[in-house]
Design a protein around this ligand. Sequence first.
Ligand code: DX5
Ligand code: ZN
Length: 217
Amino acid sequence: MIKVAPSILSADFARLGAEVEDIRRGGADYVHFDVMDGVFVPNLSIGIPVLKSLRKATDMFIDVHLMIERPVRYAAAFCDAGADLVNFHVEADLQEKILEAIRIVKEKGKKVGVTVKPKTPAEAILPYAALVDLVLVMTVEPGFGGQKFMQDQMPKVTQIREILDKIKPAVDLEVDGGIDAQTAPIAKSAGANILVAGSAVFKQQDRAAMIRAIREA
Ligand code: DX5
Ligand code: ZN
């Protein structure tokens, strides 16, 4: 079963509650919440206060993607603010600190994921594979919406799916960056089962049609 996770990075933040209600009615499975610190990636976005407000406005599953340095510092705070799943970049700290961040999220009773940037090899997930609920493979350099899908990441998606099938087959495999109705089938056939889409969904008037197109393409 394919899940679609619209990224609110491309939503109208002045109308965030209505934007999220629109994708909920449109059949979205998750809300993808992109957090940037201007250090791990060359951009800033939203953080804990916005997550707290959004938590009050929706009962949708919120998938938090932390593009921040040393995310262990904020792991508990994002859980307390209402995340359903917290994703950590494996490049964002030492392995022992990422393991600690994973432990914190699990103790909070939330789901947890690890994320890899385009230049990071599949093997980088090995220390975490048995512990997580989800692996996220970036199909753009993180930092901005609206970039071109990197098809050269597909062998890595397939390789990670194979690793997960050996270690823990229930782990979800999410892709993020440049997903639309044209690129979704490419990511699915490589092995992804959760598709993040920011600009493709939010630039459309009819979000429901685009969510359906991405899921069914
Ligand atoms: C990029 C973010 C993505 C972004 C995707 O750094 O992690 O979630 O919003 O946007 P699109 O779908 O426009 O590539
Ligand atoms: Zn993201």
